[in-house]
Design a protein around this ligand. Structure first.
Ligand code: NAD
Length: 504
């Protein structure tokens, strides 16, 4: 019997009225393990109304009390993160250690939110004008919607909700319908941590649920992460409905290797960042730009390492853990395999082919092993499209300038890395490259929680990146108060003066 994965409203499971569901599978076995509820407009309205009511009291709760709840959530999460990681592996497929890593990076944002009293402090200027003081403060927005992708069912929501809640908003989380259980686990944890009912609700579903959040007058802001076409749609639609929006989209991350780089470090990094989580990471390296004359040597080192990787069921078994798990769905697996066929047809050299990789006894899983292409050119689909699978494409160029021009001509600008031992070259790259997150001898430069995460160009629609101080600003609205208190010891203030207010 398959489990029904419901919504979460007012601190309890909510079945909704729609009756519509979608299958949730275990990617390692192909088995349907659950059916997720797909919200109707009425279901969405109920979930949003509950959050709206809860936001009024939560926003007026003291900073001290709110902080205590976030601390309690952090302690519970830290104690039970293994449970959450297992849930992620069962629906997403990534191996257990990778799922634990995802939770740990999300937890960093919870820890940042534990410091919210400091982050929320405003400024104060005494006697800004004679007898006049000025102070600034930041207030919560009300209800915020978070719409997340399948590839990080815990970490991506955690980029947003710890800060959104700590500053006094109520959250409606719409997780991916492919791995929806992590969101419910998190909702239960919040309840246990003492968060009032309705402050963290979960709305399961597809486009109907998303559109309800984008269009509801009771939702003040939207944080979206997913593919570029949907990010662009979400940005336009939510903006048209008067909301504040940050919509993070897709990526095609290039790793540039200069001839003076440590080639073993570069090869290790390319394999880790290209195939970790089966390439289903928005910060995965999908293009390696080898600046000649090192390409033959580098490709040989990468191929040698790639052939040692073990693809298998990410749930812990008796033996050693696999390096990477299956892809998330059969349809996605077949789409990625289609790109491998297209790369071959276009004339790229297939150095390692992952299409026949199938762990023993796991015939029905969505398997695709690590795949390496060499001699890829920018006109090929395997270069142009975001594949979002374990396919690494090597493009050979003659100079640094050619490598830089390639990265800057790409429509995406999420992450990039340069591998070199030349500090001056790295510094120049940092200044010249049109990308939001840059690694120097670091292949997946995901910023720590107190900096902000976000790309440039078609990798981000909106102005604000996730977490860090930008996150605090996104989830609050500023007010500036200018005040004058008559001093009983001084002469009366006031009098008629119709000119423009002056400072003196
Ligand atoms: P997706 O765009 O298919 O789905 C993201 C969310 O949008 C899901 O909650 C989904 O239910 C919803 N959605 C899907 N189709 C919709 C539609 N037509 N209308 C309204 N809502 C819709 O993305 P995905 O496949 O779940 O995730 C992978 C993508 O996310 C990749 O492109 C990856 O690069 C991107 N991603 C980006 C970042 C980043 O930080 N920039 C991080 C993680 C993932």
């Amino acid at each position: 019997m398959t489990t029904v994965i419901h919504h979460w409203l007012d601190g309890a499971p909510f079945d909704g009225q729609s009756g519509a569901t979608a299958d949730v599978t275990n990617p390692a076995t192909g088995e349907v393990t659950g059916r997720v509820a797909l919200a109707s407009e009425a279901d969405a309205a109920a979930v949003i109304a509950s959050a709206r009511a809860a936001s009024l009291t939560w926003g007026a709760t003291s900073v001290a009390r709110r902080t205590q709840v976030v601390f309690a959530f952090r302690e519970l999460l830290n104690a039970r993160k293994d449970e959450l990681a297992r849930l992620i592996t069962a629906e997403h497929g990534k191996v257990h250690s990778d799922a634990l890593g995802e939770v740990a990076r999300g937890q960093e944002v919870v820890e940042l939110a534990c410091g919210i009293p400091h982050l929320l402090k405003g400024g104060h200027s005494e006697n800004a004008s004679t007898g006049v003081d000025v102070h600034s403060k930041r207030e919560p927005l009300g209800v915020v919607g978070i719409i997340s992708p399948f590839n990080f069912p815990a970490m991506v929501p955690m980029w947003f909700f710890p800060i959104a809640i700590a500053v006094g908003n109520a959250v409606v989380l719409k997780p991916s319908e492919k791995d929806p259980s992590a969101a419910l686990w998190i909702a239960r944890l919040w309840k246990e941590a003492g968060l009032p009912d309705g402050v963290f609700n979960v709305l399961q579903g597809d486009k109907v649920a998303v559109d309800a959040l984008l269009q509801s007058p009771d939702v003040a802001a939207i944080s979206f992460v997913g593919s570029t076409p949907i990010a662009e749609y979400v940005y336009r639609e939510a903006s048209a409905h008067g909301k504040r929006v940050q919509a993070l989209g897709g990526a095609k991350n290039h790793m540039v290797v200069l001839p003076d780089a440590d080639l073993d470090l570069a090869a290790d990094s390319a394999v880790n960042a290209g195939y970790g989580s089966a390439g289903e990471r928005c910060m995965a390296i999908s293009v390696l730009v080898a600046v000649e004359p090192i390409a033959d040597d580098l490709v040989a080192r990468i191929a040698e390492r790639t052939r040692t990787l073990r693809t298998g069921d990410g749930r812990e078994g008796d033996g050693p853990e696999a390096d990477m798990g299956p892809l998330v769905t059969r349809a996605h697996r077949d789409r990625v395999a289609g790109f491998i066929e297209s790369g071959e047809r276009a004339g790229a050299k297939l150095v390692v082919d992952g299409r026949d990789v199938r762990p023993a006894g796991e015939a029905d899983g969505f398997w695709l092993g690590p795949t390496l292409f060499d001699h890829v050119t920018p006109d090929m689909d395997v270069y142009r499209e975001e594949i979002f699978g374990p396919v690494l494409a090597v493009v050979r160029v003659a100079t640094y300038e050619e490598a830089l021009a390639l990265v800057n001509a790409n429509e995406y600008g999420n992450g990039t890395a340069i591998f070199t031992n030349d500090g001056g070259a790295a510094r120049r790259f940092e200044a010249d490259v049109q990308v939001g997150m840059i690694g120097v001898n670091v292949p997946i430069p995901v910023p720590v929680a107190y900096y902000s995460f976000g790309g440039w160009k078609r990798s981000l629609f909106g102005d604000t990146h996730a977490h860090g101080t930008e996150g605090v600003h996104f989830f609050t609205r500023g007010k500036v108060v200018t005040s004058r208190w008559p001093d009983p010891a001084q002469r009366r203030v006031g009098g008629l003066e119709l000119g423009f207010p002056r400072n003196d």
